[in-house]
Design a protein around this ligand. Structure first.
Ligand SMILES: *[C@@H]1O[C@H](CO)[C@@H](O)[C@H](O)[C@H]1NC(C)=O
Ligand SMILES: *[C@@H]1O[C@H](CO)[C@@H](O)[C@H](O)[C@H]1NC(C)=O
Ligand SMILES: *[C@@H]1O[C@H](CO)[C@@H](O)[C@H](O)[C@H]1NC(C)=O
Length: 245
């Protein structure tokens, strides 16, 4: 018998003895290609699911599994409002399982929690609206956003409106402009808000004056710039490519 076969048998013997998957079993078995399946999750105790959350949520999950994990967390803590910040901060790909209505019982007031929700999980519009509403109520005013806040908020910024974006300090925008350039599916209203910040004298000033570093990393904002500037962006990117071997 090969070593591989032997270890598989050993894993199954262990499983048969305990009947239940633990986080450790999961780490042993997972081949890093497939995400966890529902039948496997159903053999785990809730406390093990929670212990294992960082591992379970690392990769995109199907809604079946994400829903099951979120449901297990809610039952374990008894009430959404009781779920600790450390768990909310570690949800990752379990996040899409949270229904829009459920956000009204979640507090999005700390940067660690916000950072989880700012990643791009392709949430639906109702979910994004609910997240933005929580951040408005629980976190700082846009005038007070720092570079770190902007980098954590990321995709949540796209659920704000242009007039809120314009309230952000141009200096904070300038420090985070590369990350903001990576935003996905932002409305034109929001992008116009960011453009106003980008063209402020304490950021980069008029687009005609932007250097190649700015042009190459302006990202999503490029979509709403005049053709003339878009051509300069393409040229700057070509030049950058020819410089890197
Ligand atoms: C396995 O999990 C079930 C429910 O999750 C629990 O009732 C049972 O006691 C566990 N068995 C062992 C051996 O831990
Ligand atoms: C929010 O919390 C309240 C009070 O605990 C509860 O009655 C309500 O069902 C919760 N809403 C959701 C969507 O979980
Ligand atoms: C932008 O959103 C804020 C917060 O919801 C709201 O008070 C404001 O009226 C909105 N502004 C516009 C122009 O829609």
């Amino acid at each position: 018998m090969t070593l591989l076969k032997l270890s598989i048998v050993l894993i199954f013997i262990t499983m048969a003895k305990t009947q239940n998957f633990t986080c450790e079993d999961l780490l042993d078995i997972s081949d890093n290609k497939n995400s966890i399946s529902l039948p496997r999750l159903q053999t785990m105790q809730r406390k093990d699911i929670i212990t294992c959350l960082v591992h379970l949520g690392k990769k995109p999950l199907r809604s079946l599994e994400a829903d099951y994990i979120w449901h297990s967390i809610k039952i374990f803590y008894g009430d959404i409002a009781n779920i600790p910040e450390s768990i909310l901060a570690a949800l990752q790909w379990v996040t899409p399982a949270i229904q829009a209505e459920e956000y009204y019982n979640i507090t999005l007031g700390s940067i660690d929690v916000i950072q989880n929700f700012g990643k791009d999980y392709v949430l639906n519009e109702n979910q994004l609206t609910a997240v933005a509403e929580r951040v408005r109520d629980d976190f700082k005013e846009p005038e007070d956003f720092t570079f770190y806040d902007l980098v954590a908020l990321k995709q949540i910024l796209c659920a704000f409106n242009g007039s809120e974006i314009e309230r952000i300090h141009a200096k904070a925008y300038k420090a985070a402009f590369v990350e903001i350039g990576e935003l996905k599916r932002c409305s034109t209203d929001v992008l116009q808000g960011f453009l106003k910040l980008a063209t402020d004298s304490s950021a980069f000033g008029p687009p005609d004056n932007w250097d190649n570093v700015v042009l190459c990393s302006i990202g999503a904002l490029g979509e709403i710039l005049p053709k003339k500037i878009q051509d300069k962006i393409s040229k700057a990117k070509r030049e950058l490519k020819s410089l890197t071997p």
